[in-house]
Design a protein around this ligand. Structure first.
Ligand code: MG
Length: 154
């Protein structure tokens, strides 16, 4: 099983548009994140869009980097789709799930690539409406800790 995760509003609550260093230092992962990332029987890839030095700081403060098999930074949404594909190529023969909070990004790209998609419906973009069938996720959850149930993890 290969899980491809988004970062902001997927593993922690997104910061406001203009945030301080202190706010950045105090970010906390959602309940259930550490337990899931700590599992050795799952391949985990993080794909995050945005300024890579800021995204790296978030990852650093969340103390999650060592749990990922790969961390990928991208600067546009389309690059994000390319990253999903690269992750799949690096870890072939795995059932792929994409987990993210944006139906117009993670869910769309995941579905277009034929992966299973899990929409974590929370945060800034939780009320976006699907523009077409590609933005309708396979699964929808409202908190990260529901993920283990969706994935039928023992
Ligand atoms: Mg996000």
């Amino acid at each position: 099983m290969l899980l491809i995760f988004d970062l902001d509003d997927t593993l922690f609550k997104r910061l406001p548009d203009h945030y301080s260093e202190e706010q950045l230092r105090n970010i906390q992962a959602f309940e259930g994140v550490y337990e899931l990332l700590n599992r050795k029987d799952i391949i985990k890839v993080l794909v995050t869009k945005g300024d890579s030095s800021q995204q790296q700081k978030k990852i650093h403060h969340l103390k999650i980097s060592s749990w990922f098999d790969r961390i990928m930074f991208c600067s546009t949404d389309l690059e994000k789709k390319e990253c999903f594909l690269q992750a799949h190529h690096q870890f072939p023969h795995q059932k792929v799930y994409v987990i993210g909070d944006r139906i117009d990004s993670e869910i769309r790209w995941g579905k277009e690539l034929g992966f299973s998609t899990i929409h974590l419906r929370q945060g800034k973009y939780k009320d976006l409406l699907p523009r077409d069938q590609w933005e309708i996720p396979d699964y929808e959850i409202t908190s990260f800790k529901e993920l283990a149930t969706i994935l039928k993890l023992p």
